[in-house]
Each structure stands twice: as structure tokens, then as C-alpha cells.
Design a protein around this ligand. Structure first.
Ligand SMILES: *[C@@H]1O[C@H](CO)[C@@H](O)[C@H](O)[C@H]1NC(C)=O
Ligand SMILES: *[C@@H]1O[C@H](CO)[C@@H](O)[C@H](O)[C@H]1NC(C)=O
Length: 429
């Protein structure tokens, strides 16, 4: 018996080493992803116009999931013209840690796009499977803004699902055009950009618009907004402000989720109204809510409307019951919460006013501690906002508390960490 066990052990040991060898061999034959470290990072990056760098940690499961996809994308992109270089850095390696610091790596995997020999650094915000990576990087390595020469070009870009910024110009030169292109370059990972000589190509096009003007298309509220100040900073502010919905809708529709992430990422206090949006007559409540949101525009409060159907995890987090809807919760940046259950349309404005004036006592019910908190502190595998950008649940993100992430652990408020967990649950139903 003992013998057969040891034989079994020996056999499996051999089997393991065989697989290890073949894995090693295959990784030798397919090395489209460049391995970089402290000794050759700067040198390599400075030679290329467009390099994508993955900062990873060997122990991170999400990095292991990404590896074959990243490799496959690198092999496809190796044939692309101009070349798109995919590289990786073991950020867990002591000697490489200064690189991780320099590129503000807060977890793994973190991908950065380095342009012009590393002079411009941009966050990678694309998907994590091979085809998606290829498609995203082809776009990122091309021009930041696409010329719209026809109505077809325009309708391909402006699909009514995302924010699209279009510059209308009488000619593609001059100060305004340069500013617009600088803006597009700066924000290209967050928004889609186009430019045209003819406004009548655009949806609801008007040939009377000759520009220069920047028109931001959005799938909500007034559907488009124009702006004519071509100072880059002013343009940036315009884009940031007008791309936030007055009221962010949170339901099961994934095309809303990028806006939900923006809502939670904003520095504002957060008002959240949860209701069953399928109930008849709910409009009187939601339109009142919009009115209040309009009234408090620019005053440091964001407004979200959550459909009961998608909000179970939030209810668990806040320790409230479905029977309490319609329910409003305002959460401050210091984590304090203010709550009013079973509210009527006419209660919204007075509640927000009282909150603003400090007249509402904070809601003190103790929260259920997220399960994740019980995990060992050494390596907390948490999904963050970043992976909500990605649709698939396997696209996680490892947070390292030791030693790189120690800053996060110390500085991030508890409530913020908890909100991260809850957001993950809300999005990945
Ligand atoms: C960088 O150096 C490491 C080891 O020092 C090596 O494994 C790697 O192949 C080098 N990469 C390049 C692109 O030269
Ligand atoms: C919301 O209301 C509709 C219509 O009354 C009902 O069918 C549905 O079950 C409700 N949803 C939830 C989650 O309670």
C-alpha cells in the first residue's frame, strides 16, 4: 500500500514536471510579449512610439488569467502596422518596484499605454480577452480623433450608447483645431472623438453649424451640448461635466454601468434613490427627483436612481429592506449616511434641503461586514471599479497590501473599500 502511494506520488511528480517542461517550452516558442525589468525598461520603451506594459505579480490569479490572452493579442498585433508592442514587468520583483511606483500601480494586473518613447502615459481601459485587446489597441494606436466624411461615418461613431465628442471646423488647421486634437489625445482612453468639416453629416445635423464648435453627444438628458471655448482646460472641464447624467440610472442594462462607475468615482456626496421602477405611477417620483437634481446641480451632490431589481446587494450593504422603498440614502465622503425610507415625491426636496443644512441625523445601523474582510490581510484579492469596466466576471484585479499596496490599505477609508466590494456585487449580478 505504502509502495503504491509513493509510486503514485512519483508518477504524479513526473507528470507535473513534464507539464512544467512543456509549458516552459511553449512559452519559449511564443514570446511575443516582451519581458522587461529595471535593467532594460527605459531603454526599450524609449525606442518605441507605442508600447503597452502590463505590471503583474506572479501570485496574482487575475494576471494568470490575462497572460494567455495578452500573449495571443501580442502575436496578432506583431503583424500590425505601425507595430504595437506588448510588454510585461514583474512588479513584485524588488528591483522593479520603483517602476511600479512611477506608473502608479495600485494592483495587478495594471496596464499602461506608453506613447512617444514613454513621454505620454495613459491608462489602459480596454477589455481583457485577446480579440478585445487587439481591437482596443488598434484604435488606441491610430489617430485620437477620426475624420467623419459622411453620415455613415458619423452614425458608426455616434451610436447613441456612449459619449462621443465631435469637433466641427471650417478647416482642419488653426489654433482651435490644434486645441481640439490635444484634447482628443489627452482624453482618448475615456471618450470617442471625431472631427468633421460638415455638420450635416451628424445626427440631427444642421448645415448652419460651421464651427469651430465642439459638440458632445450623450445617450441621456439633452442628447447633445455645444461648446465654443477652445482653451484645452476649459474643453476638458466641459467634457467632464457634460458627460455626467443629471441622474445616473442604475439598472440591469450594462450600457449604463460606465456611468454608474463614474458616479461612484466622483468626489461628490452621493444621493441614491431606490425604487421599483416598474411600478405604475413611479414617474411622479422620478420626475420630482430629477427636479431636485437639477436644483442642486454643481453643488457637490451626485444623484443616482436605482431600480429595485438590480439593487439587492446595495440593500444588503446599507442594511435596508425592500419593503422600505421608495428609499433615499445620501452618503457623504466621510462615509456618513442619511436615510429616509418609504418616501413620497414631495418628501425629496425637503429631505435633501435638511441634509444640506445638517438637520438630518446620520443613519447609524451597523453594516454587515463584507465577507471579503475576513480574508487574510497579506493578499486581499478584491475586484475594484476597474474590473467593472470589463463586462466579464473573470476580469478581476489583485490588490497587494504588501508592500506596494500598503498605502492603499492605510489611506483608503474603510467605507470606500466596502463600497468597492458592494459595487462589484451590484454590477456583476
Ligand atoms: C530585459 O532583461 C531581462 C533580464 O535581465 C531579460 O529576461 C529580458 O529578455 C530583457 N528584455 C529585453 C527586451 O531585452
Ligand atoms: C416591481 O413591480 C412590478 C409591478 O408591480 C412587479 O411585477 C415586480 O415584481 C416588482 N419588482 C420587485 C423586485 O419587487
Amino acid at each position: 500500500m505504502a509502495r503504491s502511494v509513493s509510486l503514485w506520488f512519483a508518477l504524479s511528480a513526473i507528470l507535473c514536471s513534464v507539464t512544467a517542461i512543456s509549458a516552459e517550452q511553449s512559452s519559449e516558442t511564443k514570446d511575443f510579449v516582451l519581458t522587461l525589468d529595471h535593467s532594460n525598461f527605459t531603454d526599450t520603451v524609449s525606442k518605441h512610439k507605442f508600447v503597452v506594459v502590463e505590471f503583474y505579480a506572479p501570485w496574482c490569479g487575475h494576471c494568470k488569467n490575462l497572460a494567455p490572452e495578452y500573449e495571443k493579442a501580442a502575436s496578432i498585433l506583431s503583424k500590425h502596422d505601425p507595430p504595437v508592442i506588448l510588454a510585461k514587468v514583474d512588479a513584485n520583483e524588488e528591483a522593479n518596484k520603483y517602476l511600479a511606483n512611477e506608473y502608479e500601480v495600485r494592483g495587478y494586473p495594471t496596464l499602461r499605454i506608453l506613447r512617444n518613447g514613454g513621454k505620454n502615459v495613459q491608462e489602459y481601459k480596454g477589455p481583457r480577452e485577446a480579440d478585445g485587446i487587439v481591437e482596443y489597441l488598434k484604435k488606441q494606436s491610430g489617430p485620437a480623433s477620426a475624420e467623419l466624411k459622411s453620415a455613415e461615418d458619423a452614425s458608426n461613431l455616434i451610436d447613441g450608447k456612449k459619449i462621443v465628442v465631435v469637433g466641427v471646423f471650417p478647416k482642419f488647421s488653426g489654433e482651435e483645431f490644434e486645441s481640439y486634437m490635444a484634447l482628443a489625445e489627452k482624453l482618448r482612453s475615456d471618450y470617442e472623438f471625431g472631427h468633421t468639416l460638415d455638420a450635416k453629416h451628424l445626427p440631427r445635423g444642421e448645415s448652419s453649424v460651421t464651427g469651430p464648435v465642439v459638440r458632445l453627444f450623450k445617450p441621456f438628458d439633452e442628447l447633445f451640448v455645444d461648446f465654443e471655448d477652445f482653451n484645452v482646460e476649459a474643453l476638458e472641464k466641459f467634457v467632464a461635466e457634460s458627460s455626467m447624467p443629471l441622474v445616473t440610472l442604475f439598472n440591469k442594462d450594462p450600457s449604463n454601468h460606465p456611468f454608474v462607475i463614474k458616479f461612484y468615482n466622483s468626489p461628490n456626496a452621493k444621493a441614491m434613490l431606490f425604487a421599483n421602477l416598474s411600478v405604475e405611477g413611479i414617474d411622479s417620483l422620478t420626475s420630482k427627483y430629477r427636479e431636485v437634481a437639477e436644483q442642486y446641480k454643481g453643488q457637490g451632490i451626485g444623484f443616482l436612481l436605482g431600480d429595485l431589481e438590480a439593487s439587492q446587494a446595495a440593500f444588503q450593504y446599507f442594511g435596508v429592506q425592500e419593503s422600505q422603498v421608495p428609499l433615499i440614502i445620501i452618503q457623504n465622503n466621510d462615509g456618513k449616511k442619511y436615510l429616509k425610507p418609504n418616501l413620497q415625491a414631495n418628501d425629496i426636496a425637503p429631505f435633501v434641503k435638511d441634509y444640506k443644512e445638517g438637520k438630518v441625523p446620520p443613519y447609524l445601523k451597523s453594516e454587515p461586514i463584507p465577507e471579503e474582510n475576513k480574508e487574510p490581510v497579506k493578499v486581499v484579492v478584491a475586484d475594484t471599479f476597474e474590473d467593472m469596466v470589463f463586462k466579464s466576471g473573470k476580469n478581476g484585479f489583485c490588490l497587494s497590501f504588501m508592500p506596494l499596496g500598503v498605502d492603499i490599505a492605510r489611506n483608503w477609508p474603510q467605507s470606500w473599500m466596502k463600497l468597492l466590494f458592494i459595487m462589484k456585487k451590484m454590477i456583476m449580478f
